[in-house]
Write a protein that binds this ligand. Structure first.
Ligand code: G3P
Length: 214
C-alpha cells in the first residue's frame, strides 16, 4: 500500500519523507489555509520534496472554469494531481483533463456510484472520505470494500486513496481490503509506528544490558 501524507505543512512532509515511507501528498483548501505561504509556492515546494503525486485542489464549480484552473495547477510541477470534487461538472472536467494526460484526484467521494463514475470519466485517483462517513454513523470502511470490489470487477486502473483517516485501525483495515493508498495525517502517521510493548521491551533490554559481562 502506498502512503500519502494528508497535509500542506512542509516540516511534516520533510520529516515523514526522512522515514523512507512517503509516496505522495494530498492537500485541500482547509489544510492550505493553515500554512503561512502563498498557495502556489506551497504546492511547488511540496512537489520538490516529494517524488510522487501531490494533490492540489480546484475551487471552481463549473467545468469551463475547472479545466483552465486545473491546467494552471498542473503546470506548477509534473507531479501535481488536480483534485476535483465529484459531481456532474467535475466529471465533465475530468474527462477533458484526462484526455490531456492530466492526473485527476476526484475528491469528496461518499458513495460507490460516485467512485464508479469518476473511474469511467478517467480519474487517476478517487478519494473516499471514510472518517466523515463514520462521523455521521455510516460505515466508511464498508464504502472502501465496495469500491475495491467494483474496481476489481471491471479492472479499472483508478487508484483508491482512503482519505479522512482518523486512527491507525483505519489504515490497517484499508490495507486488509487492498486499497491502493491511504492518505494519513501526521499525527496518525506517528501513531502507526508506536506500541507500548515495544517501548517497554527496549527499556527492559537496555536495563538488562547493563548487567551483561563485557
Ligand atoms: O484528504 C481529505 C481529508 O483531508 C479530509 O479529512 O479529517 O477533514 O475529514 P478530514
Amino acid at each position: 500500500m502506498k502512503f500519502f501524507l494528508d497535509t500542506a505543512n512542509l516540516e511534516e512532509i520533510r520529516e515523514v519523507a526522512s522515514w523512507g515511507v512517503l509516496d505522495g501528498v494530498t492537500t485541500n483548501p482547509s489544510l492550505c489555509s493553515k500554512e503561512n505561504i502563498k498557495f502556489e509556492d506551497n504546492i511547488r515546494e511540496i512537489c520538490a520534496l516529494v517524488g510522487g503525486p501531490v494533490s492540489a485542489e480546484c475551487v471552481s464549480l463549473r467545468s469551463e472554469e475547472i479545466v483552465p484552473e486545473a491546467r494552471a495547477l498542473a503546470k506548477i510541477a509534473s507531479n501535481v494531481a488536480v483534485k476535483i470534487p465529484v459531481g456532474l461538472e467535475g466529471l465533465k472536467a475530468t474527462k477533458a483533463l484526462a484526455a490531456e494526460g492530466i492526473s485527476v484526484n476526484m475528491t469528496l467521494v461518499f458513495s460507490a456510484s460516485q467512485a464508479l463514475l469518476a473511474a469511467k470519466a478517467g480519474a487517476k485517483f478517487v478519494s473516499p472520505f471514510i472518517g466523515r462517513l463514520d462521523d455521521v454513523s455510516e460505515d466508511g470502511m464498508a464504502l472502501i470494500e465496495e469500491i475495491v470490489q467494483v474496481f476489481e470487477n471491471y479492472r479499472f486502473g483508478t487508484e483508491i486513496i482512503v482519505a479522512s483517516v482518523r486512527h491507525p485501525r483505519h489504515v490497517v483495515e484499508a490495507a486488509l481490503l487492498g486499497a491502493d493508498i491511504a492518505t494519513v495525517p501526521y499525527a496518525v502517521m506517528e501513531k502507526l509506528v508506536r506500541h507500548p510493548l515495544t517501548d517497554a521491551g527496549i527499556e527492559r533490554f537496555l536495563s538488562d544490558w547493563k548487567k551483561v559481562r563485557k
